[in-house]
Design a protein around this ligand. Structure first.
Ligand code: WQD
Length: 350
């Protein structure tokens, strides 16, 4: 009996697979490696002591994806697979809709065909569009997404809600992530963006490791504590644990549930920079620039429903995330591109 994890060699996927293996689940990863490396499998094994089964398959490829369902005894699915660059989605909207929505449609078809009832879906706080208040609750309005990436997540949510109505014996948990940061404390897995990082934390760690000269702070005239953008930064290890809580929740046969996964606290860009400097005794030079199109002033979660209904709340702090992000980046200056060398990795207690 296995948990199928699509996109399981990605940032959040790999951290979730580690915890699934550590909890004794059998894991089958399906990933096309478009935005990740096969080396991640070895790192997962180094951390957990177990090697997950792996199929290099594109979830949009129904014929090949079906063979995985035929070969494996799948009981639950965690669906991470998808393109996730906001900036790229603006340049290539058709690719994002065909890949993200298309792969989800194939997955739903195969789950129904093979009688797989439990699905955890990786959604995003971007489905809330431009919030008119914070913190955000699951019952708040969605829509008005500021980019095609966010729209694909919302479209998939709508597809899942229709799928749930047509198939009332399906159990679906939609998890709306806020801003994932950090890395596994071993320093063996972490965020490995391709090219110039869009997101704040990987850009900070690349400045710290000397790959980037300075951080560009996109705007300091927002209506926030210090004028810079405020977000809800959740440690990826906490976020991964939230998926295991969701799997447990699905055992209660809840039909379809939606949860925000965040800390419930907002942190500004400059507050995160300061926390990183204090956690790692490293100076991060920055330049204040113009606002980035599509950015909002503030965005953070009301995370109480996840606690009330599945007992999930974050345990790790911004300081932990800054320390762990740096441990990953300093031990892997070029991410997973350095081959399987992990000499000098500072293994921290779990
Ligand atoms: C955070 C803050 C920027 C980079 C996106 C997606 C969301 C989720 C997380 C997938 C903002 C500022 C950033 C930089 C900066 N991804 N910033 N300089 O835009 O809140 O959310 O990533 O689910 O769906 O929308 O995250 O890290 O890009 O930006 O000043 O070099 O940092 O303006 O205020 P964002 P981010």
């Amino acid at each position: 009996m296995s948990i199928l994890v699509t996109g399981g060699t990605g940032f959040i996927g790999s951290h979730t697979v580690v915890q699934l293996l550590e909890k004794g689940y059998d894991v089958v990863i399906v990933d096309n490696l478009v935005n990740s490396k096969k080396l991640v499998l070895n790192r997962i094994q180094q951390i957990s002591g177990k090697m997950p089964k792996f199929y290099e398959v594109d979830c949009c490829d129904e014929e090949k994806f079906r063979k995985v369902f035929e070969a494996e005894k799948i009981t639950d699915v965690i669906h991470f697979a998808g393109l996730k660059s906001v900036a790229e989605s603006v340049q290539k909207p058709d690719l994002y809709f065909s890949n993200n929505v298309g792969s989800s449609k194939v997955l739903m078809k195969l789950m129904k065909e093979f009688g797989v009832k439990n699905l955890v879906f990786s959604s995003s706080a971007t489905v809330y569009g431009v919030p008119d208040h914070v913190p955000l609750k699951e019952t708040d309005n969605v829509g008005g997404c500021t980019n095609p990436y966010g729209q694909t997540k919302l479209d998939i949510e709508y597809l899942l809600k229709d799928f749930s109505k047509e198939n009332p014996d399906m159990n679906i948990a939609i998890l709306r992530y806020f801003n994932p940061i950090g890395a596994h404390p071993s320093g063996l897995i972490g965020e490995d963006p391709q090219g110039i990082p869009n997101n704040l934390m990987p850009y900070i760690t690349q400045v710290a490791v000397g790959k980037r000269d300075h951080l560009n702070v996109y705007g300091n005239d927002y209506k926030t504590v210090d004028g810079t953008g405020v977000r809800d930064y959740i440690h990826v290890v906490d976020l991964a644990r939230g998926h295991l809580c969701a799997l447990k929740k699905l055992e209660q046969k809840p039909g379809l549930v939606v949860y925000n996964l965040g800390t419930g606290k907002g942190t500004s860009v400059l507050e995160l920079v300061s926390a990183f400097e204090k956690a790692n005794f490293i100076h991060i030079p920055y330049v204040i620039c113009d606002r980035r199109p599509g950015d909002v002033d503030e965005n953070y979660a009301d995370s109480s429903l996840a606690y009330e209904e599945m007992g999930f709340k974050t345990q790790l702090t911004i300081f932990d995330a800054c320390r762990d992000s740096w441990n990953w980046q300093s031990n892997n200056p070029n991410g997973y591109d350095e081959g399987d060398s992990n000499e000098g990795v500072c293994s921290k207690s779990k």
